[in-house]
Ligand binder design. Structure first.
Ligand SMILES: [Mg+2]
Length: 291
């Protein structure tokens, strides 16, 4: 069985790559990566320390921050609350920020379908206590973690039966106990990440990409970015099945890595400023000598 190493124990690898890169692109998932997982997604709060680190990173030259989540774009933006970030909602079907504005062309027609599915579901699962239907405009999340264990399969069968009547993609996340109903579009966090990198390519030259996430949907990004990014799965099990290069135990360790990155890059830009200052003062000296 392949063991996945903890990035904090191999931080020197990242440190070296950071030193060699001109630019850093951070692609980060939200729930379970930046924000600790909570029973109800509506109660998720990102720790203040993580927000401060992200905000400090976002304002630095040569750093691009991307937060990519299954949440609706507006919800994600207000929950993260960090300026100067590219946000990707609904697994990257909607991307906005830093001069980028993208909405998948096939998305609009699905909005009415989502409303209809939500309506049908709320009627057909009326007698199933504990199911929470979250309408995310272009997708639906049906949370079943509060459903009685014995009725779980019955609930999933009922949701799947309704979803089956519509043109959509269904995805069950056993980790977060969510049944997701997505638009029938061949798009995921992997394709969205590549799209963003391509949009940024005009600006980035020798860039280091670091991608972190905790769920199956993040595996799409890890696979798409194989060989062109450092990828990190947030999971405490060294035996976790993932195609990521490294792992981190939890959101606290993610925050620690972000803090260390901030320390490395802000030290470097201070050094760069000093070099510029030294260079300009030696120019001045030369000029004075020549006069
Ligand atoms: Mg997540």
């Amino acid at each position: 069985m392949k063991m996945v190493e903890n990035l904090l124990r191999r931080f020197s690898v990242l440190d070296r790559k950071l030193a060699a890169a001109d630019e850093l692109v951070l692609i980060l998932d939200f729930d379970g990566t930046l924000s600790p997982l909570v029973e109800m997604p509506s109660a998720a709060v990102m720790p203040e320390g993580t927000r401060e680190t992200l905000q400090a990173l976002a304002v630095l030259d040569g750093i691009t921050l991307v937060i990519l989540s299954g949440r609706a774009l507006e919800d994600l933006k207000s929950r993260a609350g960090v300026g100067g970030v590219i946000y990707g909602g609904c697994h990257g079907l909607e991307i906005e920020g830093e001069g980028i504005c993208f909405r998948h062309p096939d998305l609009s027609s699905f909005e009415a379908v989502v409303d209809e599915i939500a309506e049908t579901l709320s009627v057909s699962t009326e007698k199933m206590p504990g199911l929470i239907i979250e309408n995310k405009r272009y997708a639906l999340s049906v949370h079943y973690r509060k459903v009685d264990g014995e009725r779980e399969e019955e609930a999933l069968a009922a949701i799947s039966q309704v979803a089956g009547r519509y043109p959509c993609r269904a995805r069950i996340s056993r980790e977060s106990r969510t049944f997701e109903i997505l638009p029938p579009i061949d798009w995921d966090k992997g394709k969205a990440s590549l799209w963003i990198l391509e949009a940024l390519a005009k600006r980035a030259s020798r860039s280091l990409v670091l991608c972190m996430g905790d769920e199956l949907t993040d595996e799409d990004a890890f696979a798409a970015l194989k060989g062109m990014a450092v990828t990190v799965m947030v999971n405490p099990l060294p035996s976790v099945k993932t195609c990521a290069d490294f792992r981190l135990d939890n959101t606290d360790e993610v925050a620690e890595v972000l803090g260390r990155i901030l320390h490395c890059v802000s030290g470097r830009s201070r050094k760069a400023r000093l070099e510029v200052r030294e260079e300009s003062s030696s120019h001045k000296e030369k000029r004075l000598r020549n006069e």
